[in-house]
Design a protein around this ligand. Structure first.
Ligand code: SAH
Ligand code: SF4
Length: 358
């Protein structure tokens, strides 16, 4: 299987967005107009520390810059086409309308007393995992760096930046390592010390196993968290669930993941979506524990979130507990992901244009 290259789009009617620029990128853009670099720091302060979304109130900028800025450096965020919240108010799903009419979804979750933003890297996904709603859509297009950062800003604005120690997980729509450069650029923008100053340790990439991307990420010198969507412990089953496995089977993938963990100095998360009767037996648990023991890892069990039209089912609670109980004595740290947002189609693998009416 090859990973198709799909161009991102830019709307020529709109100026390029500020949200795709690091401090140096913005300074270079200013320099083209003869404006000194310290103005970039001032603009970042207004945008990322004071959370202004228009230049008009940036009173320490000269009027000519204030008035002209948005003509060549956009500050507008995508329109929120829909926002759905759970009755408990702990999870919100946002549907954002992009310039070209594409829709992208992102989710904010209050977990363990912390705010976590689940962001998308692509509109749809080309990798066609057999159990995933996003996979059913196919790939519509890649997101640009600014469209990724804009998801974070939109959710931060909604939560009024109450918590500046939020986490970001690339577990929304799309495969982050299939849109490598824009996703890493977005992380660099979020990481910008004069901007949001988000620590790389607060960001996790979830990948279905794009081996060259894992190797490249290990060499970036960023301490990003990595989660591998394992879901199966044999190539036979993984080929069926995650077709990308045919390209990079477990014997190649797992050593690259181990190498990532050692190089970055962090445990890798093995995500394992439990599907009734498919991968939830004692033998699966035994093999999963054996894989986990070979890597600096922790295991995250995700009870399957049903997707209309797909034949898979969530195991019973007792079956999930039994699976976890088989692992506990023999595997490194095991957690069960309590599904947040299932009632608003915001849970893992349910992003794909589904709404509660579907
Ligand atoms: N493309 C990336 C990240 C997005 S999916 C990846 O595959 O890792 C985020 C996680 O949700 C992945 O582990 C994915 O396998 C899992 N997932 C997808 N559909 C799911 C579903 N219906 N129920 C539970 N988990 C699902
Ligand atoms: Fe794509 Fe991830 Fe869904 Fe697979 S699980 S189709 S890689 S979004």
């Amino acid at each position: 299987m090859t990973v198709p290259l799909v161009p991102t789009t830019a709307n020529p009617a709109r100026p390029p967005s500020l949200y795709g620029l690091t401090r140096d990128g913005l300074a270079a853009r200013l320099a083209e107009r003869g404006i000194p670099g310290y103005r970039a720091d001032q603009i970042l302060m207004w945008v990322y520390r004071k959370h202004h979304r228009s230049a008009s109130a940036m009173h320490n900028l000269p009027a000519i810059l204030r008035d002209g800025l948005e003509e060549w450096c956009g500050l507008a965020l995508p329109r929120i086409a829909a926002r759905l919240g759970t009755p408990e108010g702990d999870t919100h799903k946002f549907v954002l309308a992009l310039d070209d009419g594409a829709r992208v979804e992102c989710v904010s979750m209050l977990t363990e007393r912390r705010l976590t933003f689940c962001v998308s890297s692509q509109v749809g996904c080309a990798l066609g995992c057999s159990f995933c709603a996003t996979g059913l859509m196919g790939l519509k297009r890649n997101l640009r760096a600014d469209e990724i950062v804009a998801q974070v800003i939109t959710m931060g604005d909604f939560h009024r930046w109450q918590d500046d120690r939020f986490n970001i997980v690339f577990m929304g729509m799309g495969e982050p390592l299939a849109n490598y450069d824009p996703v890493v650029q977005a992380v660099r923008v979020l990481h910008e010390p004069r901007g949001l100053n988000l620590g790389a340790r607060r960001v996790t990439f979830s990948t279905s196993g794009i081996l060259p991307g894992i190797r490249r990420l290990a060499a970036e010198g960023l301490q990003l968290g990595l989660a591998l969507s394992l879901h199966a412990t044999t190539d036979t089953l993984r080929n069926e669930l995650v077709p990308l496995n045919r390209r990079w089977p477990l014997a190649e993938l797992l050593p690259a993941v181990r190498e990532y963990g050692h190089r970055v100095g962090r445990r890798v998360t093995l995500e394992y979506t439990l599907i009734a009767g498919v991968n939830d037996r004692a033998d699966d648990a035994r093999r999963l524990a054996a894989i986990a023991r070979e890597l600096p890892s922790k295991i995250n069990l995700i009870p399957y979130n049903p997707v209309p039209g797909l034949p898979y089912e969530r195991p019973t609670r007792a079956a999930v507990e039994a699976f976890a109980a088989w692992l506990y004595p023999v595997a490194p740290a095991v957690t069960v992901r309590h599904t947040l947002g299932g009632e608003i189609w915001a849970a893992c693998g349910q992003l794909g244009g589904l709404t509660p009416e579907d």
